[in-house]
Structures are given as C-alpha cells and as structure tokens.
Design a protein around this ligand. Structure first.
Ligand SMILES: [Zn+2]
Length: 396
C-alpha cells in the first residue's frame, strides 16, 4: 500500500489551484503540477476548495439520541428542568454511550470534523459509565479522529456530594480537562464549585472548560472569579469558558473590562450561536484579541431536538446570529470553526502548509464566504493522509 496521496487541482483556502502531495500523513509539497509517484492514489479535487479539517470544540457525543427513533422534546425551559428530564430519560433509555459516541462521531467525520472536545457527563448516578464509553470509542476512532475529553459535572458538584471524587478519578484515568457548570446559578456556591474545578486542575495539570450560562451581572462576576483563579494557578492559555452569554448582555464599559481580563489571563471563549440567548459578540472578541472557538454543543438529545455535527453549518449559524453579511465577517466564522478551534485545543501540525498534518476537507464552491452560506456536501475528507469520507459519507 502506498504511503502517498496526491490531490490534484484543489484551491487551498479558495486561492489558486494546486496539487498537494502527502507522504506518511504529512503535507510534503504544494505546486501547480505534481506527477503522481508510482502506485500513489490520486484524488481529483475538481477545482474545489481545500480547507484544514473542522474543529468541533464543544460537543456532547455521549448523550445524543443519534440513530434512534425520533423523540419529541419534553424538557422544561430552565437548566435544572433540563437536567432532571435528562436524568429520568437516561434511566428509561439505557443508552450505550460508546455506541452513541461512535455513531455521531462518524457522522461528524463525514462533515469534515476531525478534532473534537467532548464534554462527558459524570454524576453520582451514572458514575464513570459515559466517561468509559467515550474513552472506548475514542480508542476505536483514533486513526481518524482526535477527541479531547472533558470530565463534565452535568448535574452540579456542590449540590451532588460524591461528584468531585468522580471527576478527579476521571482525570486520573485520562480525561484531558476538567469541566464545570454555572457555579452560581446551578450549584449556588461559586467558591465551592470553583475550588473543586481549579483544585483538580492544579493538582493534575489539566486544562479547564466551564459551561457558563448564567446571565448578565451574575455571569460577569463568575468570569472575574475564573480569571482570578486562572492567574493564581498560572493556568493562562489552558482555560476556556463555554457560552458566556453574559458577554452579550453587559454594557459596553463592562464588556471592555471583561475582554481585557480574558485577554490578560489567556482565557478562550466558546460560542455556538444559540437562537434564544444573547451571544458573545464574535467580531468584538476577535478584534480585542480574545481567542474564540465554536462547537455543536448538544445534538438531538434531551436538551435539544436540533443539531447535525456540521461545523460549516455552525459557521453559518454564528454569522446569522451575529448579523454578519460581508465576506470578511463570514471568513471570521470559518476561521473560528477551523484555526480558532485548533489554537484553543492546542493541535500540533494543524493547517495546509508543507509539514502540516494532512488532515483536510475538500468542498466544492467558489469562495470561502459562499461555503459558509451554502454549506455544500464535503467531497473528500482526509485524516493524516488517509481518505476517511467521500461525498459526505464516512467510509471507515
Ligand atoms: Zn455544552
């Protein structure tokens, strides 16, 4: 079997057409015309656009109902109601987390996503069952997909005694990051919640990624607490806050202060462009130099009937939700679901330059902005030099 792959006639980031020679999983050469080495498989790029693989920086693979019969949404509108509804459904449905993870991950691969950060449910009822399922599926898919695992206390920490021990066990057993959720709004004890999260991060040297749905001043206060602890532990560059709806709710003066604080402490923001909440103003964050990334969040589970693991569609939703129309701003959304995610996840060798890992997607279209608007079927997806999807279908 050849160690090479040649892509003919594709346009990196929508620029001029080139051929791309891949050797041993790495981009070796880009040039207007490259002859195929002996026995080398060849992909005809058909003048389509070549992008680095998409990065889904916030997803919940282990709780999806993907592949199961349609289930009408039943949860109430608040976070606690949704948590309780999910706990009830989990008891009824008895999903196999590893099976669900793999189903949805394969679908994501077909859409050109090759890097994922999964917030993995851990609580006193399911223990480490979902975590073990994610780790097993991660191992099965490792030839194609990289998954960062967040130990995520979906049901709270302080209000669920026993959870902190489980979170620490998951980190000892290989979780890459420690998660958290609404230290004030859900756990009613921001100090106690953050003591556990940052305590585990400090003891084990892992990153932090906290869900923060709490609105307005309550959310802003917690961003400040997260920044204080990040600074105290020297965790700059390893801390993310997911959602941070409060950044879309505070006034201009406070927004400026909070963005300075995020920048100074190397804290990244994940936004997925929800339809019914204020969102962090993406262009403003970018202009301030704050690192921003995106993700699918919940997909067809107890939290929402929506979602399809398509990060090109996610770029469109970010644009839609932020009121973007110009090419420049549409490019920003595409950058957020590719390079932005890669930077926050710390992916090595990411990109389309010589020497980068050959993990890319080929998408038919005229310009980058048009891709965001039209979300065409992905013609080819290549992971470290290996074709893993064709015409939108994972072929692993
Ligand atoms: Zn989430």
């Amino acid at each position: 079997m050849s160690d090479n792959l040649l892509v003919k006639n594709a346009r990196p980031m929508g620029g001029a057409a080139v051929d791309v020679l891949v050797t041993a999983g790495t981009i070796q050469r880009l040039a207007p015309s490259i002859a195929a080495p002996e026995g080398c498989p060849v992909i005809d790029g058909q003048n389509a656009i070549l992008l680095p693989a998409f990065v889904d920086g916030h997803i919940h693979l282990d709780k999806t109902f993907w592949g199961l019969p349609w289930r009408p949404h039943e949860a109430g509108p608040t976070v606690p109601e949704r948590i309780e509804n999910e706990r009830r459904l989990r008891r009824e449905l008895k999903l196999r987390p590893d099976v669900q993870v793999e189903r949805l991950a394969r679908y994501a691969i077909g859409r050109g996503t090759l890097h994922i950060r999964n917030h993995t449910d851990i609580d006193t009822e399911i223990g480490l069952g979902n975590f073990e399922g994610v780790m097993a599926a991660r191992d099965r898919l490792k030839g194609a997909l990289s998954i960062q695992v967040v130990a995520f206390p979906q049901s709270g920490i302080v209000t669920r005694p026993g959870t902190s021990e489980l979170l620490e066990r998951a980190v000892k057993d290989g979780a890459d990051l420690i998660g958290g959720i609404d230290p004030a709004g859900l756990d009613r004890d921001p100090k106690g919640h953050l003591d556990v999260v940052f305590g585990i991060a400090g003891r084990h040297g892992v990153g932090v990624d906290i869900h923060l749905h709490d609105p307005g001043a309550l959310g802003a206060l917690q961003l400040r607490l997260v920044a204080e602890r990040t600074r105290a532990l020297g965790l700059g560059g390893k801390v993310s806050v997911s959602h941070a709806f409060c950044l879309g709710m505070v006034d201009e003066v406070e927004l400026g202060q909070l963005l300075d604080l995020l920048l100074e402490n190397g804290i990244a923001i994940m936004t997925h462009g929800p339809g019914d909440r204020p969102v962090p103003p993406l262009a403003r964050l970018h202009a301030a130099g704050v690192r921003v990334f995106s993700g699918s969040d919940a997909i067809r589970d107890a939290w929402t009937p929506f979602g399809n693991a398509d990060m090109l569609e996610r770029a469109m939703l970010l644009a839609w939700r932020n009121g973007f129309r110009t090419d420049e701003l549409l490019h920003l959304t595409l950058d957020t679901v590719t390079r932005g995610g890669a930077a926050v996840l710390g992916l090595e060798g990411y990109g389309l330059d010589v020497g980068c890992s050959a993990s890319f997607v080929i998408v038919p279209g005229e310009t980058l902005a048009e891709l965001v608007v039209a979300r065409p079927t992905r013609a080819w997806v290549v992971s470290r030099g290996r074709v893993v999807a064709k015409d939108g279908e994972c072929i692993l």
